[in-house]
Ligand binder design. Structure first.
Ligand SMILES: *Cc1c(COP(=O)(O)O)cnc(C)c1O
Length: 251
């Protein structure tokens, strides 16, 4: 992955590309999260193949593209016709293709201003949560992360309860990846970066879009503060902690 969908970390793709090239290994990157959010140069980064999805960049659903470096041969993955130079049989989805191209054009035309705005809101949320909510752990890198990604673990509470209460306030967030929604297993990404199971369970992923504002960010943090306090008040784990006098700075 060029950038992780859950914790937003931007991977050292240029270095990976360099190593892969040096050893004659083909290099494919899933850039679904990164495309139009971070600068990408397939030449400089020695990327042989790169995949993108339309609906993540305000394009239509059901369309994406795979960049294939000239000279790289791939086997057909949809058989039956000679379309797409025998790589993908089936009639092209022209409306989807045009929609994706237009979405990419628009997103790339203002990338710097748009992502600078998102970063400002992202950092505002991160700073306020760290300052105002105790026992909140930021997941992923502080600055080397997607402009629109915030991911925190709130100790002693359940991510699912957090989501339901946020939803009640009109805030859509996620506890991990949409691919695993409905599953009760903690995120494999959070476990892989060393979080304990119970900490991973209390995680919240907030994704900003191009229309979000600083006012909304404040509404989010204000709501979150209230909800986290409420859930911790009900949490036996947290009560035990307080009793054990381990909690020094609870507001
Ligand atoms: C969303 C996503 C996908 C899947 O793309 P769809 O077009 O929604 O199937 C793949 N990789 C990453 C990193 C994503 O964020």
């Amino acid at each position: 992955m060029f950038a992780n969908n859950e914790i937003g970390t931007i991977e050292p793709v240029a270095q990976i590309g360099q190593i892969a090239r040096k050893h004659g290994v083909l290099f494919h990157t899933d850039a679904v999260q990164a495309y139009t959010q971070v600068p990408i140069d397939v030449e400089e980064m020695n990327i042989d193949m790169l995949s993108v999805s339309g609906h993540k960049i305000y394009g239509p659903k059901g369309i994406g593209f795979l960049y294939i470096r000239k000279g790289v041969k791939i086997r057909s993955f949809v058989h039956g016709g000679a379309q797409e130079r025998r790589r993908r049989a089936g009639t092209e989805n022209v409306a989807g293709i045009i929609g994706l191209a237009r979405a990419a054009e628009l997103a790339l035309s203002d990338r710097e201003e748009r992502t600078a705005r998102e970063k400002e809101i992202r950092d505002h949320i991160i700073e306020r949560i760290e300052r105002e909510i105790p026992f909140a752990i930021l997941n992923g890198d502080r600055t080397n992360r997607l402009p629109g990604n915030v991911n925190f673990s709130f100790q002693y509470i359940e991510g699912e309860s957090l989501l339901i209460l946020l939803d009640g306030k009109g805030i859509c967030a996620s506890s991990g990846s949409a691919c695993t929604s409905g599953s009760l297993d903690p995120s494999h990404v959070l476990l892989a970066i060393g979080l304990a199971h119970e900490t991973a369970h209390g995680s919240l992923r907030i994704t900003l879009g191009m229309h979000n504002t600083l006012e909304q960010a404040d509404y989010l943090v204000d709501s979150l503060k209230e909800i986290v306090r409420h859930l911790r008040d009900m949490s036996p784990l947290y009560a035990d902690m307080v009793k054990a006098d381990m909690v020094k700075k609870v507001s």
